[in-house]
Write a protein that binds this ligand. Structure first.
Ligand SMILES: Cc1ncc(COP(=O)(O)O)c(C=O)c1O
Length: 440
């Protein structure tokens, strides 16, 4: 599957550069045409195995599955927009009852929006309303969105915040990264406990009293920040800290949730419950939806304190409903599939790490896997340009990949990907890494 860049692609890229405001795209020349299951196709007729889920959305296959598409088509002919924050409608309520069966006992109440960032904006506001406290705490390397509230929480790349501040009412702490502990703790130290101690000794004691913090926001696996999996004991300690001080724990499941790690809620991998969860991306099966899900015991918010126009859009709800039906019906098979495919990818990557000097770290849960590339395994200097070359080489050989963090490649195929296509994708990745790396 050698990718050919033709005139159609070049001319579209030229037009795009004239009329579109720049986003995160740089040199990647994938111009989407259509998609199906494990594959994506571009406008020049090139075929790609998808290892991106189109940024974590197509968890059940590129362009969703037939049930999702049929459900969307049916709803479009009935009613699309129900003005759900002003009028009532049956479908969002019934979908919510179903969605809540996937959450721990005690949940809850749900607010719908259209994206991840909005789900987090709502979570910030709700946490402040519930606790009557002014501050929120988030972590370095976190990504929670790009609107002004969630952007305050985000701390993964300074360019994302440059010229947009100041951001009030947010404090940041270190997130335990077993490969690069920011507190310089070596293997003999417990990085998770060091990060908790830092919050106690530096933030609570010197910056903001714990009693003024409404919520601590976490990603169970940090996504855009580099696919960082914290040590197993971190969230339990953080939960205890929250309980001790009456702080709400908010789990941003926007990238890690919805079966990506093999569990519906990624935080469940750590045996901890949050007070508020946020979801988006895969939740809508390809259509925009954000959800903020609060523990029932937190109560409700005053009428008029928060609302929007499009939350509860019936077409998005129809897609989310069909997607969730599929998940519920096939949950065990999906869980087993994620487990076995994850074990395969991790084994391949661990073997590659023994061979190729450019691989510094391999980590992940389920099918949310990161490969961190370094120039030197001792100094751990990030191999930034090399990562770009590897992703491009994969693209030219029919594999769609996305970066994360400074020099990590993320592997997030649809969780429904066949073993055969997973292996083909891994072969393409290994060949690209082999070309770019010295042997050990
Ligand atoms: C963990 C996390 N939270 C929030 C967001 C923001 O979601 P959206 O782009 O839908 O606003 C993202 C997007 O990548 C994310 O990964």
């Amino acid at each position: 599957m050698k990718t050919k860049i033709n005139q159609k692609i070049n001319s579209l890229l030229t037009k795009d550069s004239k009329v579109m405001i720049k986003t995160t795209r740089e040199h990647y020349r994938f111009v989407a045409s259509h998609g199906d299951g494990d594959f994506a196709y571009d406008i020049a007729g090139n075929t790609f195995i998808d290892f991106s889920s189109f940024i974590g959305v197509y968890t059940l296959g590129v362009n969703g599955n037939k049930q999702i598409r049929d459900s969307i088509k049916k709803q479009v002919d009935r009613l699309m927009h129900p003005a759900f924050t002003d009028f009532y409608a049956k479908e969002p309520v019934e979908f919510t009852e179903k969605l809540l069966t996937m959450f721990p006992k005690g949940f809850g109440r749900v607010f719908y929006s259209n994206s991840g960032t909005e789900a987090n904006e709502a979570a910030i506001k709700f946490a402040k309303l519930f606790t009557k406290r002014p501050y929120v705490l988030a972590f370095y390397n976190a990504f929670h969105g790009r609107t002004m509230g969630s952007l305050g929480l985000t701390a993964s790349k300074a360019i994302q915040k440059e010229h947009f501040g100041p951001f009030g009412g947010v404090v940041h702490a270190h997130f335990p990264n077993p490969y690069r502990c920011e507190l310089n703790h070596d293997k003999n130290h417990d990085c998770a406990t060091a990060c908790i101690d830092y919050i106690k000794k530096n933030i609570f004691a010197k910056e903001v009293p714990a009693k003024e913090i409404a919520a601590i926001f976490i990603e169970p696996v940090q996504g855009e920040g580099g696919y960082i999996v914290p040590p197993k004991n971190f969230f339990r300690q953080l939960r205890e800290l929250c309980d001790e001080h009456g702080i709400l724990l908010v789990s941003d499941e926007i990238q890690a949730g919805y079966m990506r790690t093999g569990k519906f809620l990624a935080l469940d991998n750590f045996g901890v419950e949050a007070d508020i969860y946020t979801m988006a991306k895969a939740l809508g099966g390809g259509l925009p939806i954000g959800a903020t899900i609060t523990r029932h015991s937190l109560g409700d918010i005053p009428v008029g304190a928060h609302a929007n126009t499009f939350g509860g859009n019936l077409v998005s709800i129809a897609a989310a409903n069909a997607s969730l039906d599929y998940v519920k019906k096939n949950q065990k098979a999906l869980e087993d599939g994620v487990k076995s495919k994850s074990a395969y990818v991790m084994k391949r990557l661990e073997e590659m790490k023994e061979q190729y000097a450019i691989i510094g770290d391999v980590r992940g849960i389920g099918l949310m896997i990161g490969v961190e590339l370094v120039k030197d395994i001792r100094t751990k200097e990030p191999a930034i340009a090399e990562r770009g070359k590897i992703i491009e080489e994969c693209f030219m050989n029919g594999l769609l990949l996305l970066p994360a963090g400074i020099s990590t490649i993320r592997i997030i195929p649809p969780i429904t990907i066949s073993q055969q296509n997973l292996e083909k994708g891994m072969d393409i990745l290994e060949e690209a890494i082999r070309k770019e790396s010295k042997l050990l």
